[in-house]
Design a protein around this ligand. Structure first.
Ligand code: ATP
Ligand code: SF4
Ligand code: MG
Length: 464
């Protein structure tokens, strides 16, 4: 996770999110034997062309009539010791991606490698050793713990399932794990209903840590919790990462949860990664218009900004259906910069700057990738009405500056080569056309189509 100490604003009270259990902060002593060797920076997980299409079947014969393209070609890697945040609107395929990389789902296509080993289609026995190394924390701590089992049984389940006998016995080890996550070991015999939401999520974390995993995939680990408890659980995960050398993939539907804890962030839209960058680059200069929209949906208190409200980008309409995603760039139906090429040609995820991969023909904060294509689509003109003046002006400024710089370079090169007329201002002109600052003069406060989308309760299977 982030090394920036300032980011970690909230310290973790070991047991402050409920009244039932008393505080027991034995984390320091408890983690000594949990520590493991990590190889920081090395690729732990590599995903290539990953797809998951859920078939849609109809009729008596259950014939396949289509498919939900939940995950539609992902390429990324997770490095040892890092936290990769994955964000995107509801339904964009985040949970499906999480379940694919933990091999709870069988991929339709693509490749998953863990520590260099191809695990894409491993069977049950082949997966057994891998199950110890890769664990998942689920969104809803209320439905992911079996209400009929005691905490001891729940946290001890991985030992039984894997046939592992920890030193000192399962009970002792479970009690130690409860201490590690800031719970009272005395509560070994209690049931989930006796705990608050935050405490239940700590139980889920203890269960995930039982077998000393290398990779933990946390699917919206705090979105079911109160805001005050969210910070505690996130900070607990952050501390455990440092102490245990864990690697995280943290899934969230907006940037507010992952922005403090992620080293790198992947932004997903309709089953694809549209931008993947280290956190600082992403915040300093987002390149994909969708990232910019997501970021503007997160209120950032900054006195230098005149009015945070007027700077919000409100995306028009819902995310299109993953059954029939839009042609070309999947975001073109909602993007205020979309031109014909966006409708016809899918942009490739390219590393435009070191550590920043983007799939966009007309990226923000970078030179235009299709400067010849300047005529906005009708949908883009309508979308622009929902983008605040300041955002458009800023986009226009950046694009014009980049274009001018490029034009200058071209002019210099041409002059040197004694070529005659260099259209230095053509690029500026096209950039202006491309980012219609004057197109929007209203609608910035419209409530339609919030960029964060709605929260969908996903039902997690009990006690995996
Ligand atoms: N088992 C399934 N069968 C059919 N379609 C599915 C299945 N699981 C997910 N989907 C569909 O795949 C798409 C992606 O779902 P997924 O749960 O991965 O999205 P998400 O990004 O996690 O959303 P949320 O933020 O709401 O949790 C959705 O359209 C969903 O309806
Ligand atoms: S400018 Fe075009 S390619 Fe880029 S996000 Fe918008 S629609 Fe997609
Ligand atoms: Mg989900």
């Amino acid at each position: 996770m982030s090394e920036n100490a300032e980011d970690k604003a909230v310290s973790i009270p070991a047991q402050s999110d409920g009244a039932e259990a008393s505080s027991t902060d034995t984390k320091a002593s408890g983690t000594a034997t949990l520590s493991k060797d990590a190889a920081p920076g090395e690729t732990l997980l590599k995903v290539t062309g990953l797809q998951k299409h859920f078939p849609i079947k109809k009729g008596l014969l259950q014939r396949q009539v289509g498919a939900v393209r939940a995950v539609d070609g992902l390429d990324f890697e997770v490095r040892s010791g890092e936290t990769l945040g994955v964000v995107g609107e509801s339904g964009c395929g985040k949970s499906t991606m999480g379940r694919l990389i933990t091999r709870l789902l069988e991929p339709t296509a693509g490749k998953i490698e863990f520590e260099g080993k191809d695990i894409t289609h491993l069977g049950v026995s082949g997966m057994r050793p891998m199950r110890r190394d890769v664990q998942m924390i689920f969104q809803d701590p209320y439905s992911s713990l079996n209400p009929r089992h005691t905490i001891g049984t729940i946290v001890g389940a991985p030992f039984r399932l894997q046939g592992v006998e920890p030193e000192g016995g399962v009970k002792k080890e479970v009690q130690r794990l409860l201490s590690v996550v800031g719970l009272n070991p005395e509560h070994y015999n209690r049931y989930p209903h006796e705990f608050s939401g935050g405490q239940r999520q700590r139980i889920g974390i203890a269960r995930a840590l039982a077998l000393k995993p290398k990779l933990v995939v946390a699917d919206e680990p705090v979105s079911a919790l109160d805001v005050s408890i969210q910070a505690q659980v996130v900070n607990l995960m952050d501390d455990l990462q440092e102490e245990l050398g864990l690697t995280y993939v943290i899934i969230a539907h907006d940037l507010s949860v992952v922005r403090h804890v992620s080293d790198r962030i992947a932004v997903m839209y309709l089953g694809k990664i549209v931008e993947l960058a280290d956190r600082d680059s992403l915040y300093r200069a987002p390149m994909h218009p969708y990232t910019k929209a997501l970021m503007s949906a997160v209120p950032i208190p900054d006195p230098r900004r005149k009015s945070a409200k007027s700077e919000r980008i409100l995306l028009k309409g819902d995310v299109p259906s993953p059954i029939a995603p839009p042609s070309g760039c999947r975001f073109h139906t909602r993007c205020w910069k979309a031109t014909e090429i966006c409708r016809t040609t899918e942009p490739v995820l390219l590393e435009l700057q070191p550590g920043q991969r983007v799939a966009c023909h007309h990226p923000e904060n970078f030179e235009d990738q299709a400067p010849q294509d300047t005529v906005l689509l009708t949908a883009a003109k309508e979308a622009a009405e929902l983008v605040a003046d300041e955002v458009l002006a800023e986009s226009a400024e950046t694009s014009a500056a980049v274009a001018a710089e490029l034009a200058e370079e071209t002019a210099e090169a041409s002059a040197e080569a004694s070529a005659a007329d260099t259209p230095a201002d053509t690029a500026e002109e096209s950039a202006r056309e491309n980012t219609p600052a004057e197109a929007s003069d209203a609608g910035s406060d419209s409530e339609a189509g919030s960029a964060t989308g709605s929260e969908t309760e996903s039902q997690e299977s009990t006690d995996k």
